[in-house]
Write a protein that binds this ligand. Sequence first.
Ligand code: GKE
Length: 372
Amino acid sequence: MVPLQDQPTASKLILVTGGGGFVGAAVAKRLHAEGNRIRVIDTVPRPSDSYFEYIQGDLSDPSCCKAVMQGVGTILHFAANMGGMGTIHEGNDFTIYRDNQNITLNVLDAAVRNGVSCILFASSACVYPDHLQSQVEKNDDMKLSEVDAFDSGHPSPQGLYGLEKLVGEMLLQLYAPKFSAGIRIARLHNVYGPGGSWHDGREKAPAAFARKAIAAKKLGDDRAVFEIWGDGRQRRSFIYIDDCVEGLLRLLRSDYPGPVNIGSDRSVSMQDLAEIALGAVGIDVSRTTFIFDSKKPVGVQARNSDNRLVKKELGWEPQISLEDGMRRTARWIDEEVRGLLDGHDDSDGHSILLGLQKSIVLDLGATMLQFG
Ligand code: GKE
């Protein structure tokens, strides 16, 4: 495997769209640490720990795309309006589709006009058909392989979020000949770890569960209460951020176009995940009361990643166990909670912890929490 900086694609600048977000920021930091020249574009303000060129701008504006594309050799395209099931449920579908389709079309247009040599697109496991992920019993360990996206001849991705990702893949494949060093398509399964959303309504289950467990621990009641959306039988696999970054860079350094799964092939139920989260903070599961909220969005019933192709093409597989990854995530969120509690008196602190433990009513995009 030729190191990225020795490859023709990296002779010029590497643009990371969405590089102020979770996966994008982790990839940008890793590439920068390896000596690559990085430019990040994101709508969020520059994070304090980013030491490379950072532009705060909106890629749904074509002139912004054109400006950030100057001198770029390689693009890693992560920018998207996305999040966990609290975000991508059908209530937000059209906004999400419109936002993300605009961004991807603008980025692709500007990339082709500026002679960018390579583009990696962060697609999603949400491209896979609902009917392959609909029953826990049938799909108990259903591993989705890349060809399943067009199972039974027609795509039926998860909502408009999944449809936009599938359209993005097909746009890249259509334009592949315009990129001298080719395209790369990664289908990310549920990614978690320090640095991800954990309480702004965009969080996915791992961070949400770690947050709930930590709040329960800090509340110190002798019996913890833990809320799970749905019936707890839904199954998912979860990939730790460091494993995800490694998989993405192997894909970028390879000459394999994808699509390829970047995910874990160990599926667990949400009840299992809750117990792992509680164990990560030392709460006795036998003394925990679980509350199941059937009104919350649950998405597919069962999803897992078939990693045979990614192992064959990239020699990659996840290294960090879910238990270890959840301990690291819980440690990070615990620090974040301490920051949130700083300066609040006990009663305020108690209401903050109760809010973090149960579902939190949030104004998406705002930083203030209103507690439900
Ligand atoms: N977010 C969240 N918060 N999910 C919960 C909670 C909670 O407090 N309690 C239970 N769940 C359940 C959800 O109802 C769902 O059934 C399961 O956990 C996983 O939800 P998730 O982590 O929010 O997101 P999904 O895996 O369903 O979907 C995500 O898949 C990724 C790719 O695999 C998408 O939201 C995207 O983030 C992404 O495409």
